[in-house]
Design a protein around this ligand. Structure first.
Ligand SMILES: Cc1cc2nc3c(=O)[nH]c(=O)nc-3n(C[C@H](O)[C@H](O)[C@H](O)COP(=O)(O)OP(=O)(O)OC[C@H]3O[C@@H](n4cnc5c(N)ncnc54)[C@H](O)[C@@H]3O)c2cc1C
Length: 419
C-alpha cells in the first residue's frame, strides 16, 4: 500500500485523485485466528496494531458490529492529557501522551494531534490547593504542569469572565501545555490502515453474538457472519462491555453504561486556543480548526445504551458555558450527539487477562478513554501476547474491586457517574 506523503498528494492531485487505494481491505472472516479482538473502536484497533508491530502477532481479526468509528472513538470531544494525581494513572496516561507525540509519523496518517494545552480552572482556594498538589505529583513523575495566575489566564483565554462579580470567580488554574486535541476518527482510520498493512483482518458489520467454550476456556466466538475460532479472544467494546461479557456468562462487572453528550457550535473566529475545564461543575471545551466550539459536561445520570441524550443535561451544559463565557449567549448550537460510556466504580480502567481462560478484557474508560487509546492498545497487546500485564497496566486489574484496592483519582468513592 502506498505511503501517504507530500509527493503522493501532488501525484494524485495531478491525476484527478483517481489512484487512491482503499485504506484497509474488506476481508471475509477466516475460520480461525491466533487472536480475535472484539470491538473496532480506537482501543480494539490500537491493540491489533501493537500486537502486530510489537509482538509479531499478525494473525489477528478485529470484529466490529458496525462501521469503524461508529462508537465512542468517533463521538468524543477529543481532549488528550496526562494530568492525573495517582501514579498508576499518571504513568499510564503519560505513556499514552508520548505515543501520541509520534503517532501521525508512526502510522503514516495525520491524526491532527495539536498540543494546545489543557487548563483546569480553579474557583476556590481549596480547589487551587488541590490543583497545586496534583501539579506537584505530576512534576514528580516528570510530567509538565504549571499553576497559572488569573492575570496569565486572562491573557491566554480572552472572553472568560474574570471579574470578581462573576458567578464563579476564577482565582487560578492548572495548565498542562503538552495536552491538547486530536482528530478522533482519523485515529480509528490511522490505526486501522496501519494494522491492515501488517496483515490484520478488520471485519466490519460482524457482531459477536456469543462465545465458543471448551469447558471454562473461551476458544472463539459466534458472530452474525458465522463461527470464528481463536486461541485468544480479547474484548474491547467500551460502553457495551456489560452486554458482551454477559454473552460469556459473566453477569456482574464493576461497570455501568451511561450516556455522555457532546455539542458543536457554529464557527467563530479563533479565540479559545487551549482546552479549558470548569472547576465548579462539569464543563470542558475546545475550539476546532474550523472554528466550532466542541464541548460537553456531565453524564445524563441514568443507565442507558442509547447514543443520544436528554434536554436537562443540555441546559445544564449551556448554563455552565455561559457562567464562564457570558458573551457566547447568542452562539448557535449546530449538532449534538451521545455516546455510551463504560463507567467503572473508581474511575480507572481495567486491562487484564481473564476473567475466563483464553479471554482478555479492556474496559472501564469512563469520560477519558480517547486519550488512552495508544497506551491502552499498547498495554492490552502486551497482556494478550505475554499473558501478563505490562508494568503500566499492572494495577488495572478486575479483582481490585473485590480486594478493595481502588484507584480513585478524583476521590469520589464508588459512584461511577461521578468519575
Ligand atoms: C460525548 C463523549 C465525549 C468524550 N470525550 C472524551 C475526551 O474529550 N477525551 C477522552 O479521552 N475521552 C473522551 N470520551 C471517552 C472516549 O471516547 C471513550 O472512552 C473511548 O473512545 C472508548 O474506547 P473505544 O474507542 O475503543 O470505544 P468505541 O469506539 O465505542 O469502540 C467499541 C466498539 O465495540 C463495538 N461493539 C460493541 N458490541 C459489539 C459486538 N457485540 N460485536 C462486535 N463489536 C461490538 C462497537 O460498535 C464499537 O465500535 C468521550 C466519550 C463520549 C461519548
Amino acid at each position: 500500500m502506498a505511503e501517504y506523503s507530500a509527493f503522493s498528494l501532488l501525484k494524485n492531485a495531478l491525476n484527478g485523485n483517481r489512484d487512491w487505494k482503499q485504506a484497509w481491505r474488506k476481508p471475509d472472516p477466516k475460520p480461525s485466528y491466533e487472536v480475535i479482538v472484539v470491538g473496532g473502536g480506537g482501543h480494539g484497533l490500537a491493540t491489533a496494531y501493537y500486537l502486530a508491530r510489537e509482538h509479531g502477532i499478525a494473525n489477528v481479526a478485529v470484529l466490529e458490529k458496525g462501521w469503524l468509528g461508529s462508537g465512542n472513538v468517533g463521538r468524543n470531544t477529543t481532549a488528550v492529557r496526562s494530568n492525573y494525581l495517582l501514579p498508576q494513572n499518571s504513568r499510564f496516561y503519560e505513556h499514552s501522551m508520548k505515543l501520541w507525540e509520534n503517532l501521525s509519523h508512526e502510522l503514516n496518517y495525520n491524526v491532527m494531534f495539536s498540543q494546545r494545552g489543557c487548563l483546569n480552572l480553579a474557583h476556590t482556594p481549596g480547589q487551587l490547593d488541590d490543583y497545586a498538589r496534583r501539579g506537584n505529583a505530576m512534576r514528580h513523575e516528570g510530567i509538565d504542569a504549571e499553576l497559572m495566575t488569573p492575570a496569565q489566564i486572562e491573557r491566554l483565554v480572552p472572553g472568560l469572565d474574570m471579574s470578581a462579580s462573576a458567578r464563579f470567580p476564577i482565582i487560578g488554574g492548572l495548565m498542562q501545555r503538552r495536552a491538547g486535541t486530536a482528530r478522533h476518527d482519523a485515529v480509528a482510520w490511522g490505526y486501522a490502515r496501519a494494522a491492515d498493512r501488517r496483515g490484520v483482518d478488520i471485519i466490519e458489520n460482524c457482531e459477536v453474538t456469543g462465545f465458543l467454550r471448551d469447558g471454562d476456556r473461551v476458544v472463539g466466538v459466534t458472530t452474525t457472519r458465522g463461527e470464528i475460532r481463536a486461541s485468544k479472544v480479547a474484548v474491547a467494546v467500551a460502553g457495551h462491555t456489560g452486554h458482551v461479557m454477559k454473552l460469556a456468562g459473566i453477569e456482574r462487572l464493576p461497570i455501568e453504561s451511561h450516556v455522555l453528550q457532546a455539542f458543536v457550535s457554529e464557527s467563530l473566529k479563533p479565540f479559545l486556543h487551549t482546552v479549558i475545564t470548569f472547576g465548579m461543575g462539569h464543563f470542558y471545551a475546545s475550539q476546532s480548526d474550523k472554528g466550532g466550539l466542541i464541548y460537553g459536561g456531565d453524564l445524563d445520570g441514568y443507565n442507558s445504551y442509547a447514543q443520544r441524550g436528554s434536554l436537562p443535561v443540555m441546559e445544564d451544559v449551556m448554563s455552565e458555558m455561559l457562567a464562564l463565557f457570558p458573551s457566547l449567549a447568542r452562539v448557535r448550537v449546530l449538532r449534538s450527539w451521545g455516546g455510551v460510556c463504560d463507567m467503572s466504580m473508581d474511575g480507572s480502567p481495567i486491562i487484564t487477562t481473564g476473567p475466563l481462560p483464553g479471554m482478555y478484557l479492556n474496559a472501564g474508560w469512563c469520560y477519558g478513554g480517547f486519550k488512552a487509546t495508544p497506551a491502552s492498545g499498547w498495554c492490552f497487546a502486551h497482556t494478550i501476547a505475554r499473558d501478563e500485564p505490562h508494568e503500566f497496566n499492572a494495577a488495572f486489574t478486575l479483582d481490585r474491586f473485590h480486594r478493595g484496592i481502588l484507584i480513585d483519582d478524583k476521590g469520589q468513592g464508588s459512584t461511577p457517574r461521578l468519575h
